[in-house]
Design a protein around this ligand. Structure first.
Ligand code: ADP
Length: 468
């Protein structure tokens, strides 16, 4: 938008500048010879009276010839007077007296009463005017002057140069103004976008603080009201999920104890009853798993679950995770290979990191093929440590990738049910990674496998404010 605004202002400014300078230049050149033409016209008017008075070219009164010589001198040019058969009766150069001249400009001057033309190359102008006879039987004469206009042309070129210079300066000013205005106009919008991105990335308590002008201020206030409303709704939802999970947890625990007690009682139970009780037991386990995950998420949502940062040897943490998933890998006939490039220490909440990475490694095993592999790598730079979990499993379709971190989202419902998952694992992982100020990314190709890469800061993020 900033570029479009810049282009708009620059285009309008430059076009107006070009138009203005064109108008000025053409006005200037159109009226350049006006004053000399007017002076000559007045002169020829006066000349007709003198001709009438002195009987020029006859008679002994030389006033007219003297005036014409003076005029030729003043204009640094050649003055001629021709009779109506175009014979020269006066020539200030005295070379064409008595000759007949049929030049196009003279003919046009006779036809139109007046003619003016300028030869820029020779820096001369030609002015021809018919001198109408004042007496009824007198004949018309033709006044002709070719004079030097170099001064006018220089003046015109100078003013043309000035106009161009002013136009160029104006263009530069408009260009700068266009940049300044487009940046100034779009700066609040860019700040709003940045703040909205940050809110969208999880800082849901933040609000827009851009109040550059009335319109932007009103927009910020409206967006803040919407954010406040959705925040309230989100809080209600979280409270609801948390309350329901809590309410379910107690009866589930009681049911589990009762089912376990019945199974362990040592009483001889009919086979069918024992089978049903075992099924009930595993269903209760599954429900308990979901409730625990939901409660964990609710705690993280409500920020009641602070991150307890502790200096942790991440290589050891990874060993714990791999030992934990080893039985699962064995039962699924999946090989887990781990590679760590150095000893890495980071300030993290170890139990939470274990939960998060375990979810990823378990998924890599569960959504794999028999005899498939899972490659876990650990590396770090100066700021972050990186864990990547790559599997050779079914992969995830591109259209599904955007949703897999949503709660209860499962790509292949049947397969996911088979694996016993809850659809909450990745949501928990993402919450944990975000809470640590980290990032999680997924790359997947269907039928080839999936790679999850996690990036977590080595040091506790300042903004988090969790207990260290
Ligand atoms: P679940 O408990 O169902 O595993 P998750 O939140 O852990 O729930 O995962 C969500 C969905 O993402 C899963 O149901 C599965 O379809 C898909 N998924 C997760 N990890 C992988 C993986 N490594 N390979 C293929 N699909 C995966």
């Amino acid at each position: 938008m900033s570029f479009t605004l810049f282009l708009g202002i620059a285009f309008c400014g430059i076009v107006s500048c070009a138009l203005l300078s064109y108008i000025l230049i053409s006005y200037n050149s159109r009226h350049l010879f006006d004053s000399s033409k007017n002076r000559l016209a007045d002169y020829v008017n006066g000349l007709s009276y003198d001709i009438e008075r002195t009987g020029f070219p006859l008679g002994s009164d030389t006033t007219v010839s003297d005036d014409l010589f003076l005029l030729a001198e003043n204009y640094s040019g050649r003055v001629m007077v021709l009779d109506n058969s175009l014979r020269v009766i006066f020539d200030s150069y005295r070379t064409k007296n008595g000759l007949t001249i049929v030049a196009p400009e003279i003919l046009e001057g006779c036809r139109n009463n007046t003619h003016f033309s300028c030869d820029e190359e020779k820096q001369t102008a030609t002015y021809v005017k018919l001198i109408s006879s004042r007496s009824a039987n007198g004949e018309n004469l033709v006044f002709y002057i070719r004079y030097d206009v170099s001064n006018e042309l220089i003046r015109s070129q100078t003013s043309r140069r000035y106009i161009m210079l002013i136009a160029l300066s104006l263009c530069i000013i408009i260009f700068t103004l266009a940049i300044v205005l487009s940046v100034a106009f779009t700066r609040p919008l860019r700040r709003i976008t940045r703040q909205l991105e940050s809110i969208g990335n999880g800082k849901i308590d933040e609000r827009l603080t851009v109040h550059a002008n009335r319109e932007v201020s009103e927009m910020s206030d409206s967006v803040n009201r919407i954010l406040e409303r959705s925040h309230e709704m989100e809080e209600n939802r979280q409270n609801f999920v948390s309350d329901v999970s809590h309410e379910l947890k107690t009866p589930m625990t009681s049911m589990k104890i009762l089912a376990d007690a019945l199974l362990m009682s040592g009483e001889e139970l009919p086979d069918m009853v024992r089978e049903f009780l075992t099924d009930i037991n595993s269903e209760i386990d599954r429900e308990n798993h979901i409730i625990s995950d939901l409660l964990a998420l609710a705690r993280m949502d409500r920020k009641t679950d602070t991150i307890h940062y502790e200096r942790t040897h991440i290589n050891e943490t990874l060993d714990v995770i791999l030992n934990r998933v080893a039985p699962l890998a064995e039962s699924k006939e999946v090989e887990v290979v781990c590679e760590s490039y150095r000893d890495i220490y980071a300030e993290v909440d170890e139990p939470k990191i274990i939960t998060a990475i375990t979810n990823l490694v378990e998924n890599a095993i569960l959504y794999n093929r028999p005899n498939g592999s899972v490659y876990v790598t650990l590396n770090a730079n100066m700021t972050y440590f990186f864990v990547t979990i790559r599997d050779t499993g079914y992969g995830i379709a591109e259209s599904e990738i955007a949703h897999i971190f949503e709660r209860f989202y499962r790509v292949d419902k049947d397969r996911s049910r088979e694996t016993g998952g809850t659809g909450l694992g990745l949501a928990i992982t993402k919450e944990v990674v975000n809470a640590h100020g980290g990032q999680i990314k997924v790359y997947s190709k269907i039928n080839e496998g999936t790679t999850f890469s996690v990036r977590i800061p080595l040091a506790k993020p300042v903004r988090n404010g969790g207990k260290g």
